[in-house]
Every structure is written in structure tokens, then in C-alpha cells.
Design a protein around this ligand. Structure first.
Ligand SMILES: *Cc1c(COP(=O)(O)O)cnc(C)c1O
Length: 224
């Protein structure tokens, strides 16, 4: 456990203050499968944002987390589970389809809250990943913008697993271009969430300002 505190401090020292666009970089700890003790260790060492992938884990651990970090949801979200998150999640990073956005807006309105969201983009056009394609992203942004109880504050993407640096740079740069186009018309845009333990440096170089880090903070996860 002491390892986690050290990993976190070392990692936070490694991350530059700003990306090449001069934007502050926010580190979100990806806490799937981690115990509340491990997460609290990371928070004590400087983590201020945590992201869960599974609603069950989000709920089970919710009351056990100390230090009042920002709570993000970063995994695939089924519409029938939204009710467990509404009012407790500071940022829904993985809004990857219109019906999910519609239901989240409906549930948020009923609870009297406005939910902050990112639109997930399937940058590598991978069948195994959710998200809007580059081609449909702007149209979907416009549709989702009409929903009353959502506040769209940026974009999220997971790049493909690949050793092809040129390919990854190209996709990350395409993400930044899309982000800039939308941010130019929407003053609420502030987050481009892109980058994990293996690719965050490349993503930050290309203009990401939010990175989601699991393995580099907590070590290798047990297979699930
Ligand atoms: C697990 C996960 C991460 C972090 O992955 P690591 O490679 O362990 O850093 C980031 N984003 C999402 C959506 C994840 O599920």
C-alpha cells in the first residue's frame, strides 16, 4: 500500500503543469478493482479526481472514500443504471450514444440537477469500443446540446492499443481538432480527456488536458 502513495507522488511529479496549449492537466485516477484503502492512499498522496468503470463499484465504495475527490464515471453506462449515479457523479466521461444522453438528461431533470458530461469519441473506429465516430460527432453534439439537464464540457477518447506512433499521433491530433472546433462555439468546453498509463505523454503532447491513469498509480490489475 505504501507503494501506491509513492507511485502517485512520483507520477504527479512527472506530469507537466500544462499541455502545449497552456492548459492545466487534470489527472483522474482510474480506480476500477481498487479497494477503498488503496484509493484513499492515492488521495492522501495528491489525487483529486477518481473515475470508476462499474456502477456497482461506484456505489459500494462511494461512502468509503475520504478527502472529497471529484467523482467521475468512465465506463460503459447502461441506461437502467443511471439512477444510481445521478446527483453523485461530478463528470460522466463516457456518454457514447444519444439514448444514454436523453435518459441521463431526463433523470437529472427529475432529480433537480444538471449533469456534466463528456462525449466519448471512438477515435480509432474500433468495434470493441463505444463512442461517436468523427463523422457523426458534431451532429450528435448539436442534438445533445438541446437536452435541458446536461452540460457538455468536452470530449473523451481511448486511443487504440498500437505501437504505431504515427497512427496514434494522427488520431490524437484529430481529437484535438474536433475539440477546438466545438470549443470555438461552446464556452463550456474545457476538457479533452485522452491518455492512459501507456499513451498519456503522446496524448498530452497532442493537446489532451485530462488523463485517466490506473496501472501507473496502482500497479498491474488482477485479471477480471
Ligand atoms: C482502466 C481505464 C483507464 C486507465 O488504464 P491504465 O492503462 O490502467 O492506466 C483509463 N480509461 C478508462 C476508460 C479505463 O477503463
Amino acid at each position: 500500500m505504501a507503494m501506491i502513495g509513492e507511485n502517485v507522488k512520483n507520477f504527479l511529479r512527472t506530469v507537466p503543469q500544462t499541455n502545449p496549449f497552456g492548459e492545466k492537466i487534470t489527472v483522474v485516477a482510474a480506480v476500477k478493482t481498487q479497494s477503498p484503502e488503496a484509493i484513499n492512499e492515492a488521495i492522501a498522496a495528491g489525487i483529486t479526481h477518481i473515475g470508476d468503470n462499474h456502477v456497482q463499484e461506484f456505489r459500494d465504495k462511494y461512502g468509503e472514500i475520504c478527502g472529497n475527490p471529484q467523482r467521475h464515471f468512465i465506463g460503459h453506462l447502461q441506461t437502467n443504471k443511471i439512477k444510481y449515479l445521478v446527483g453523485r457523479c461530478d463528470l460522466y466521461q463516457s456518454v457514447d450514444r444519444l439514448p444514454l444522453a436523453q435518459e441521463l438528461s431526463k433523470r437529472s431533470a427529475a432529480a433537480g440537477v444538471v449533469s456534466n458530461i463528456l462525449l466519448q469519441i471512438n477515435a480509432g473506429n474500433e468495434q470493441t469500443k463505444g463512442g461517436f465516430s468523427f463523422g457523426e460527432a458534431e451532429q450528435m453534439y448539436s442534438e445533445i446540446k438541446k437536452l435541458p439537464a446536461l452540460n457538455t464540457v468536452g470530449l473523451m477518447a481511448m486511443l487504440p492499443q498500437s505501437d504505431d506512433g504515427a497512427l496514434l499521433h494522427g488520431l490524437a491530433a484529430q481529437m484535438r481538432e474536433l475539440y477546438d472546433r466545438l470549443a470555438a462555439q461552446d464556452g463550456n468546453f474545457k476538457y479533452l480527456s485522452m491518455g492512459m498509463s501507456g499513451d498519456w505523454q503522446l496524448c498530452v503532447e497532442c493537446g489532451s488536458n485530462m488523463i485517466r491513469i490506473g496501472t501507473a498509480l496502482f500497479g498491474q490489475r488482477a485479471a477480471t
